[in-house]
Write a protein that binds this ligand. Sequence first.
Ligand SMILES: Cc1cc2nc3c(=O)[nH]c(=O)nc-3n(C[C@H](O)[C@H](O)[C@H](O)COP(=O)(O)OP(=O)(O)OC[C@H]3O[C@@H](n4cnc5c(N)ncnc54)[C@H](O)[C@@H]3O)c2cc1C
Length: 388
Amino acid sequence: MKRSPQYDVIIVGAGAVGSALCYALAVRGLRVAMIEGDGQPATSALRTSAITSRSLAWLRSLGVWPNAHVPAAPLAGLRIEDARGQGRLCFDSAELGVSELGVIANHAALEQVLKERARGMPDTVWHGENACAVRCRDQDIQVTLAGGTLISGSLVVAADGKHSRIREQLGVRSWHYHYGQRAIVADVALGMPHEQIACQRFLPTGPVALLPATDPRKASLIWSVRTDEAERLLALPDESFNTALTDAWGSSPGSLCVVTQRESFPLAAGHASTYTGNRFALVGDAAHQVHPLAGQGVNLGFGDAETLAQALIACRGEDLGRSAALRRYERERKAVNVSMLIATHALHRAFTHRSRILSQILATGLNVTNSLNPLKAFFMRQAGSDAP
Ligand SMILES: Cc1cc2nc3c(=O)[nH]c(=O)nc-3n(C[C@H](O)[C@H](O)[C@H](O)COP(=O)(O)OP(=O)(O)OC[C@H]3O[C@@H](n4cnc5c(N)ncnc54)[C@H](O)[C@@H]3O)c2cc1C
């Protein structure tokens, strides 16, 4: 007699994306196993993420948002400046006819809330060990845990981040582009209130962004610089770092002072050759990685989770690992994710080039876009806002 798999879906990786997917499937009655590695580095408490209104709408529909345990500042506007070409582009929620463009949320707190929701589902089984190997069989897919336990499911979902071991085990090829940069993050006190506006300034060396915090006089800094420059800036005493940062900004937000330690993260882009195959699917950073300059990484991951959850729920009762849901998911998400990957990469290249003429073209492009509201609404929709 054929034995049916223990689980409908096995998800490897309880980051924000894997946890949200787990919860979305479990609330609709699917039997889910969640595998979250021990000994993995904890998510930095300093990291914030811009969460778009499209992602918030999905989290709201799951009953996860709003959440008192996640510090989050509403985003009323966005200002983008080219430090060399005098170009400027401003997005304003009131002007675009929406209540907010999204929120800036503490990433670790959001991840924790999603993890707890997923873990609290009665039919979800949590395994606190690394997944080491996968083996696809005719009737199921088996995952081997670090302690030797074997679990079986109809489908395995790799949500184990940019260095996905499951992707590698499944033999899925992926390409990676390293920007040779690190993003320095810290909380910063501002010389004047942020008025819920995120500012990003493109310097020839990379973008520097200040994202509004819940305190009106504080912001989260994300400063992308070459790796050797990041090492130099991280080693500076606070006072010298503050001077370097204030210089990089020019005068607009007044003097800037770090109020926390500084941390840094390597920056890369990447993409898997396929998102699905025989009894597997890839979501989030395991499938794609983008430069954080457009604040899209986890939003793309939430889009993956939402689409995959809907497709799997629609195929309930079938063999999920072989269902048409997987092809639908791949078709829909690849188009969105690849476009965003190309757009962020092109933006990064355009702003860090050394040509004066290109500078002037970019400045003109920003200024022209700035004067055309329908064009601005179009860009915001592409970036996940609910602009009309
Ligand atoms: C500086 C910076 C700023 C950013 N800002 C934004 C932003 O403003 N907006 C935005 O949308 N995105 C942003 N991003 C991107 C965003 O953080 C990522 O896209 C997102 O966290 C990816 O989530 P994930 O769940 O796919 O992967 P991860 O968060 O990497 O989670 C993977 C999980 O898998 C687990 N795991 C790994 N291997 C195994 C294994 N073998 N077995 C079991 N478990 C395993 C890990 O412990 C981890 O919990 C930023 C990124 C950086 C670096």
